[in-house]
Design a protein around this ligand. Structure first.
Ligand code: UDP
Length: 563
């Protein structure tokens, strides 16, 4: 086993079992044995699958999402990262959802909600003759509940709050996180409809619909709302966009409506659905400058089986969630370490070749995962809602309504010691302040290898690199290192189109959605943000999060998790 020092620190803080005194009583190896044992328990040939599951985690080729690593074989037993809960338009329903949220957060799951069913602020409430306080005010209730559960839970509870662009309170929603620190346990996104985009293209007004009465209660100019969204995103990265009609058009199950996604946006789900994720570490699949396709194929098949087993051994926190999850049996296999793979292939992230590799790779992973799910369906049966799915029309048996999702892998990439998700490197080197005031130096390992074999004074060069913000671009690079300039790119070295092109390349071959931040330089304008929006629509994304460098005091994207 090859956990790095950083990985062991992360594992000790939250993942390894502790006794009543808070002392760690499990080794990383025992953690993997616990997980493999729990997930293989449904298998007839337990020994074989236990060994396989253990081996592909121990070699760091695959890791499941955090709740599986933490809870498998432990009393909580809740294994999924992603949930969507419905929020109905009554006090009972709202507070029921708050309670369910607390239960999910306690186990390490993240929750997404649409607040679009709530009547707008100011509408009379029949039973009390008082006035409704509207979606934003109730979001604050969820936010406070999250804050309180945070202390005792497996990890910080995360939420996604979504409001349809045609909800009468849309303007208040767009501005609701303007003040830094407000509703801080939520990411927020506006659900953009096709109707809205049409009105925007024609520079027209669109109707605001009261969800309670279903009647139009006013109109807004589409371009004005678009401007407000872009201006706020420019200011502090929020709100994001979710193209809700597109998500529903591409949904694998017919006759039902998706309203929301999980906290980081990569997993659209039906009300009460949950999904478990797992990611393949691509940094382990390059040998002598070439992708090891056979090994990757086998890993995909094992991963699909693993994630399908998770559904059956999962301890669901609420009965409705169990029922809805078992109908569609969605799983989300994704990847991490993509930036490392590109460096090992000597290909630049922001190049046509980089995009081509992304497409070829995800096409392969998606089609192999479908084959794996289809194989499982032959033995274990199709998912119960198969009759209502696109797979019935195509006459393809499937065990899972979806198989692929690209998660951020914020923590599991630290455990696997690879680049997170499909993100480019955020920085190549930086000083990290540690508790006793000492400075530790972080350097991208692949770069360090190349520097050490180049014959230059590595220490001096690293100081210059750190002073240059951890980027090779703009640095006086010695002749012997010039070829590195192109391949060791960071997220700030490329413009937003390169980020969106990469997200689109992966989205084209992903059943669910793709987590990605579209980084922009501090100098970007509101107009650039709007251009990025239009470009993302043209390229077929399901959603978009932009972040302008330095626009938040507390930068959410910590370089350490993006190395
Ligand atoms: N998530 C959460 N709280 C967190 C981080 C993540 O609830 O602090 C959930 C959320 O639904 C997110 C998903 O886990 O979209 C996957 O996030 P990530 O891949 O970063 O999780 P990891 O498995 O690496 O911890």
């Amino acid at each position: 086993m090859s956990f790095s020092e950083n990985a062991i620190t992360v594992l000790k803080s939250r993942y390894l079992k502790k006794n009543g005194l808070g002392e760690v009583i499990e080794t990383p190896d025992e953690m993997l044995q616990r997980v493999a044992k729990h997930i293989a328990q449904t298998e007839k040939d337990f020994d074989y699958w236990y060994e396989k599951f253990y081996e592909f985690m121990a070699s760091l080729k695959f890791l499941p999402n955090t709740p599986t690593l933490v809870n498998a074989g432990n009393p909580l037993g809740q294994l999924s990262a992603c949930f969507v809960l419905p929020v109905g338009d009554s006090m009972e329903e709202i507070f029921e959802a708050v309670k369910q949220t607390a239960i999910i957060h306690k186990t390490g799951g993240g929750t997404g909600f649409s607040f679009s069913r709530l009547r707008p602020k100011g509408e009379v409430v029949q039973s009390t003759k008082g006035v409704a306080s509207g979606p934003v005010s109730f979001m604050k209730v969820f936010d406070c509940a999250t804050e309180s559960v945070k202390q005792g839970g497996v990890r910080r509870g995360a939420n996604m709050g979504i409001l349809r662009v045609d909800h009468p309170d849309i303007m208040e929603f767009i501005h609701c996180k303007e003040k830094e620190g407000e509703i801080s346990n939520f990411n927020i996104s506006v659900a953009i409809t096709d109707d809205f985009l049409e009105k925007l293209a024609n520079d027209e007004e669109y109707d605001l619909i009261n969800p309670h009465t279903k009647k139009s209660v006013g109109k807004l100019k589409a371009s004005l709302v678009w401007d407000e969204v872009a201006t706020n995103a420019w200011k502090n990265g929020e709100p994001g966009l979710v193209f809700i009609d597109r998500i529903n058009r591409l949904h694998q199950i017919k006759g039902v409506e998706i309203e929301a996604t999980n906290p980081c946006g990569e997993q659209p789900l039906l009300p009460y659905e949950s999904c478990n994720l797992g990611s393949i570490n691509l940094s382990k699949f390059v040998k002598d400058g070439a992708v090891e396709w056979e090994d990757l194929k086998e890993t995909v098949h094992t991963a699909v089986r693993f994630l399908d087993n998770v559904i059956d051994v999962n301890n669901y926190p609420i009965d409705q969630i169990k029922n809805e999850t078992l109908k569609n049996r969605k799983i989300g296999l994704g990847i991490m370490g993509f930036a490392d793979m590109l460096v090992d292939l000597n290909v630049a992230y922001n190049s046509q070749e980089g995009i081509n590799i992304a497409s070829k790779l995800m096409d392969f992973i998606q089609s192999q995962s479908h084959i794996a799910s289809s194989d499982l369906a032959q033995k274990r049966g199709c998912f119960p809602a198969w009759e209502e799915s696109i797979y019935k029309d195509q006459n393809i048996l499937m065990r899972n309504a979806t198989t692929t999702t690209i998660a951020p892998t914020g923590t599991i990439s630290m455990i696997a010691d690879c680049a997170s998700g499909i993100e480019p490197y955020f920085t190549l080197a930086y000083h990290k302040q540690v508790l006793d005031g000492k400075k530790l130096k972080y350097v991208n390992e692949r770069l360090l290898d190349r520097l050490q074999s180049s014959g230059i004074n590595v220490e001096d060069f690293l100081e210059e690199l750190i002073a240059n913000g951890g980027r090779l671009k703009g640095l006086n690079v010695p002749k012997s290192l010039e070829d590195l300039n192109e391949v060791f790119v960071t997220s700030m070295d490329m413009d937003y189109t390169a980020h969106i092109d990469m997200q689109a390349a992966f989205q084209a071959y992903t059943d669910n959605a793709v987590s990605k931040t579209i980084n922009m330089p501090n100098s970007a304008s509101v107009d650039d943000v709007k251009q990025a929006y239009l470009y993302s629509i043209k390229k077929g994304l399901k959603g978009l999060t932009i972040y302008r460098d330095g626009s938040r005091n507390v930068q959410v994207l910590v370089s350490a998790s993006n190395k």
